[in-house]
Design a protein around this ligand. Structure first.
Ligand SMILES: [Zn+2]
Length: 324
C-alpha cells in the first residue's frame, strides 16, 4: 500500500467499516437533549497566573463496543447504564487547552480539521469565538498523532494552519509513526490512521521540536511522558503559584471509565498494559497532590479533580463560577 492522503470520504468509509469507530448516532440517547441554541464553544479560567481557555473541536460518536474491550461486555454495559450513558454509542467531546502564561500562548493539539469526521473541525471557529487570534499562538503541542488530535494541522491547501508557531511532539511518538514501513505493519483498519499521522507529521513548512519527559515548553509548562494510549503520548503540566493543571490528552479517554475502572482499556489504547500503568500513576498523583485535570474526551469543558473513593477514584467536575 502506498501512503495516500486520506480524504474525508475515505475516512467516512473507513469509519463505517471499522468495528471500533463508527458514524455518530443521530438520535440522542440520554434523557436530556442537546442544548437548544448554540453549543458551548469555549470556557475560560485561571490556574495561578495562567489563563486557560478550553476550546472545543466538536465531538466524536464511537460505538460503545470500543470501551472496556478487555472487560466482560455485560459489566461494561452495566457500568454505562449506571452512569446514564448509552450502551451502544459513546459521545466523546474534544477539549483543546489554550494556555496563556507569561509571553507564551500554547495550543494543545490541532483537532481533526475537515479530514476526519464531519462532527469535528470546529477548533478554528471556536478559537475565533474565544477571541484568540491564531497568529498569536506561539507553541503547538501535539499529545499524540491520532486523527482527532493532529489531522487538522494543515488546511485544504496542505498549508500549516498555524505556520508561525513552534511545533512540539514527543520524540518517541514521532519516531514510532515515522518508522520505515510502519503503516504496513499496522492492522488494516488502522492503516489510514498511520498514513494520516505520517502525512500530518510531514506537513511542509513545519519543523518539529522533539520532546522528552520533562521538556519545558515555556516557563511553567512542561511535558510529561504518559506512554500507552500511543507509544509516545505526552501530557502537559501547567504550574503557576503552586496551582497545577494536568492536560491529560488521551492518557485518560473517558471521564468515568478511565478513572473508576482504570484497568479497562479502549480499542484505541495501542499499548494496553502501559496504558493502565500510566493511568494508575497519573490517578495516584492527581488525587494525592490535588492536581486539577482536563480530559480531551471528557464532557465539555472536561476540567475537574480526581477524588479517592473506596480504594479507587472518581472524577469530580470542577465547580466553575461566574466571578473569580
Ligand atoms: Zn482522541
Amino acid at each position: 500500500m502506498t501512503i495516500t492522503k486520506p480524504n474525508r470520504r475515505d475516512m467516512l468509509f473507513m469509519a463505517a467499516a471499522a468495528p471500533a469507530l463508527g458514524l455518530p448516532a443521530r438520535q440522542a440517547q440520554a434523557e436530556i437533549s442537546a442544548p437548544d441554541a448554540a453549543q458551548p464553544a469555549y470556557h475560560r479560567f485561571r490556574v495561578g497566573e495562567a489563563r486557560i481557555t478550553i476550546v472545543s473541536d466538536g465531538y466524536l460518536g464511537v460505538p460503545a463496543s470500543g470501551l472496556g474491550v478487555n472487560a466482560d461486555p455485560r459489566e461494561v454495559a452495566a457500568f454505562l447504564k449506571a452512569h446514564y450513558l448509552s450502551q451502544t454509542q459513546s459521545y466523546a467531546h474534544t477539549n483543546h487547552a489554550v494556555i496563556d502564561l507569561n509571553d507564551a500562548r500554547i495550543l494543545v493539539d490541532v483537532g481533526a480539521g475537515n479530514r476526519f469526521l464531519p462532527t469535528e473541525g470546529r477548533l478554528m471557529d471556536n478559537l475565533a469565538s474565544a477571541g484568540i487570534d491564531p497568529s498569536s499562538i506561539t507553541h503547538v503541542v501535539i499529545t499524540h498523532a491520532h486523527p482527532d488530535h493532529i489531522w487538522g494541522i494543515r488546511d485544504d491547501f496542505d498549508e500549516p494552519i498555524l505556520p508561525d508557531a513552534e511545533y512540539i511532539i514527543g520524540a518517541a511518538e514521532y519516531d514510532w509513526w515515522m518508522a520505515p514501513g510502519r503503516v504496513l505493519q499496522l492492522p488494516e483498519r488502522l492503516q489510514q490512521f498511520g498514513a494520516g499521522a505520517v502525512n500530518s507529521l510531514k506537513t511542509e513548512g513545519l519543523e518539529w521540536t522533539m520532546a522528552r519527559d520533562g521538556h519545558e515548553v515555556a516557563p511553567g509548562v512542561r511535558l510529561m511522558a504518559t506512554f500507552g494510549h500511543t507509544p509516545g503520548h505526552m501530557s502537559v503540566m501547567v504550574e503557576s503559584n503552586d496551582n497545577r493543571l494536568l492536560v491529560l490528552g488521551d492518557s485518560m479517554t473517558h471521564a468515568y471509565i478511565s478513572i473508576e475502572r482504570p484497568e479497562w482499556v479502549a480499542g484505541f489504547d495501542m499499548e494496553p498494559e502501559l496504558t493502565v500503568k500510566t493511568r494508575k500513576r497519573l490517578l495516584e498523583m492527581a488525587a494525592s497532590e490535588r492536581i486539577a485535570v482536563v480530559g480531551y474526551h471528557f464532557p465539555f469543558p472536561g476540567v475537574g479533580h480526581v477524588m479517592p473513593v473506596d480504594g479507587g477514584y472518581r472524577f469530580i467536575p470542577a465547580l466553575w463560577r461566574w466571578e473569580a
